[in-house]
Design a binder for this molecule. Structure first.
Ligand SMILES: Cc1ncc(C[n+]2csc(CCOP(=O)(O)OP(=O)(O)O)c2C)c(N)n1
Length: 314
């Protein structure tokens, strides 16, 4: 096995694919882009644990695997606990230099595996946890999750007469994770791969629990053309609905600069899950105004932590 120890200062990108081509993700899948990008930085010397969800399903149809590295799948709700066990086994065996990377979708991380995730963070286990956030239970038919944004139509919050989609707000999991006082927490987007890769590099260089949450548009669940995935991801950041930041323990939070924010309408209009908000009704306009207020608050919050950001994308 080649030594692929990561130099956190290096900006090199490996050209070998850890997530092998030929997997069965939908064309334009944001999650596939995210995890492929992450794994190119992580390299081959790793043990990966994934929760049940699209990623596990499209990378391991019966009899096949797209994982070019040791990979464990157990359940929807226990990837962090399994990863904790793998980290403990490596420690027991005295195997250093093999990072453990656990990966779960938003349903698994925000909802059903939240207890296991919180336990892993609280115990200080040496695991990098990556949440790919496609804002719903996509694998099982586009149900709402705690990460689904306010106003979105899903199969369990369908927009119809008298219903404007999800009436609850998106859970801020990254901030909840931050409250566990762990060494590294970051949010990222597939639209900003250099930023994402730099964050993975920084996280790999730190010991203890680390958390990176990546915003990953889903063409089928959100309703847009597969060619639009990255544009939609970028609009999400540029309108302020997807705040991108990182926090290392004992250092100020750094946010990605959004220089000329676009109105949330540009982001919402591009996706069928929000199309009911544009039916000309006063209710639709009211919900869009509320969503704009969420984006404004995020942008204000991020501008307060721009000093020393050292980032220029946005
Ligand atoms: C205990 C349990 N409940 C429900 C399921 C069915 N299930 C499998 S994957 C999934 C949704 C996964 O959602 P998410 O974590 O967001 O990942 P995505 O499918 O979006 O990739 C559900 C409900 C299950 N496998 N186990």
């Amino acid at each position: 096995m080649a030594d692929t120890k990561v130099d956190p200062r290096s900006r090199d990108v490996r050209d070998d694919e850890i997530l092998a081509p030929g997997h069965r993700a939908c064309p334009g899948c944001g999650t596939a882009i995210a995890i492929r990008t992450v794994m190119r930085v992580v390299g081959r010397r790793v043990i990966v644990v994934t929760a049940t969800g699209c990623l596990e399903t499209f990378t391991s149809p019966h009899g096949y695997s797209a994982w070019e590295v040791p990979w464990v799948h157990s359940l929807f709700e226990n990837a962090p606990a399994v990863a904790s066990g793998v980290a403990a086994a490596l420690r027991y065996l005295g195997r250093t230099g093999v990072p453990v990377v656990a990966i779960g979708g938003d349903g698994s991380s925000f909802d059903i595996g939240f207890g296991a995730l919180s336990g892993m963070l609280e115990r200080g286990d040496d695991v990098l946890y990556v949440c790919y956030d496609n804002e719903g239970y996509m694998n099982t038919g586009f149900q709402r999750s705690g990460a689904t944004p306010y106003g979105a139509s899903t199969s369990t919050t369908p927009a119809a007469a008298g219903s404007l989609g999800k009436t609850e707000h998106k859970k801020d999991l990254a901030r909840l994770v931050l409250d566990h006082d762990i060494p590294y927490v970051a949010t990222a987007s597939i639209a900003f791969p250099a930023d994402l890769m730099a964050k993975v590099r920084r996280a790999l260089a730190i010991k203890g629990p680390r958390y990176i949450q990546i915003h990953c548009p889903c063409c089928l669940g959100w309703g847009f053309d597969p060619s639009e995935t990255v544009r939609i991801a970028r609009l999400g950041v540029q309108c302020g609905l997807v705040p991108i930041w990182e926090q290392e323990r004992n250092t100020p939070r750094k946010s990605l600069a959004v220089r000329n924010p676009v109105p949330v309408e540009e982001y919402l209009r591009a996706q069928k899950r929000f199309s009911h908000l544009f039916d000309g009704s006063e209710e639709g306009r009211r919900v869009i105004r509320e969503i704009q207020l969420i984006a404004n608050r995020n942008l204000e919050d991020m501008s307060a932590s721009l000093s020393g950001a050292g980032t220029s994308e946005g």
